[in-house]
Design a protein around this ligand. Structure first.
Ligand code: ADP
Ligand code: C5P
Length: 244
């Protein structure tokens, strides 16, 4: 065998260099709490970085013919309504720097669009948003930072009625019935108990500019540390702790 010092040195340097993995943020909270709005505000402020948003909604399971016939009896707020295995595969690929095709969900017809996907490219920051993204331990363990958007239930219900009647093709009665039968009980049983996993709780969602500024500062610090590690692989960055 030939001794190839250059190749060995390059391999050693590559091994010594920390792998630059994307910074993964989970954003959870009840329906219409402002999760998407908060994510959009974070993305806007991080315009100089590559940031992608992944919605848990994209991983709703398809309904069987029987379930479709009785869609008003279907619980879209239970963890089993999501294809978490597929979500884990997509997130794993994105985390390892690959681009993925993410399904597009059609709320009017309760199904994934069969022909079209959204192509999501490798990024510096991945934001995963959804009512139940803190429920499964395997999904939680992908996250470097967990944010819970905390908005009063009456505000959320009012927003949900407006959104579902205007954008999701529902009538007021069906929204109220679904809310009482499924949305509120599942919030109490699954969403609220997962709040304890959050690192940061944002009261009032997108209205809370101070919280969003602080979160963006933190992400920038973390991304800066990534870059420093790349330039000086042998220098340890010592984290400081702030008290506000
Ligand atoms: P989620 O992603 O948690 O379901 P969204 O961010 O999509 O919540 O917001 C749900 C609805 O409420 C949307 O129609 C949005 O325009 C509206 N909304 C969100 N935040 C606010 C706010 N701070 N003030 C008024 N309306 C809001
Ligand atoms: O955007 P948001 O977080 O509110 O989306 C989650 C909500 O979407 C759930 O509370 C669920 O009741 C609702 N949903 C629905 N119909 C579907 C899929 C989800 O009403 N087909």
């Amino acid at each position: 065998a030939y001794f190839t010092p250059f190749a060995d040195a390059a391999a050693a340097a590559a091994a010594a260099e920390p792998l630059k993995q994307p910074f993964v943020i989970g954003v959870s909270g009840g329906t219409a709490s402002g999760k998407t709005t908060v994510c959009d505000m974070i993305i806007q402020q991080l315009h100089d970085h590559r940031v992608v948003l992944v919605n848990q909604d994209s991983f709703y399971r398809g309904l069987t013919a029987e379930e479709s016939e009785r869609v008003n009896d279907y619980n879209f707020d239970h963890p089993d309504a999501f294809d978490t295995e597929q979500l884990l595969i997509c997130m794993g690929e994105l985390k390892s720097g690959q681009s993925v095709n993410i399904p597009i969900y059609d709320f009017k017809n309760h199904r994934r669009c069969s022909e079209s996907f959204r192509k999501v490219n490798a990024s510096d920051v991945i934001i995963l948003e959804g009512i139940l993204v803190f429920h499964d331990q395997r999904v939680r363990s992908l996250m470097d930072m967990k944010i819970f958007v905390d908005t009063d239930a009456d505000v959320r219900l009012a927003r949900r009625i407006r959104r579902d009647t205007v954008e999701r093709g529902r009538d007021v009665n069906s929204v109220l019935e679904q809310y009482g039968r499924f949305v509120k009980p599942a919030f109490d049983d699954f969403v609220l108990p997962s709040k304890k996993y959050a690192d940061v709780i944002i009261p009032r969602g997108g209205d809370n500019h101070v919280a969003i500024d602080l979160i963006v500062q933190h992400i920038r610090t973390k991304l800066g540390q990534h870059d420093l590690c790349k330039i000086f692989p042998n220098v340890y960055v010592i984290q400081s702790t702030f008290q506000i």
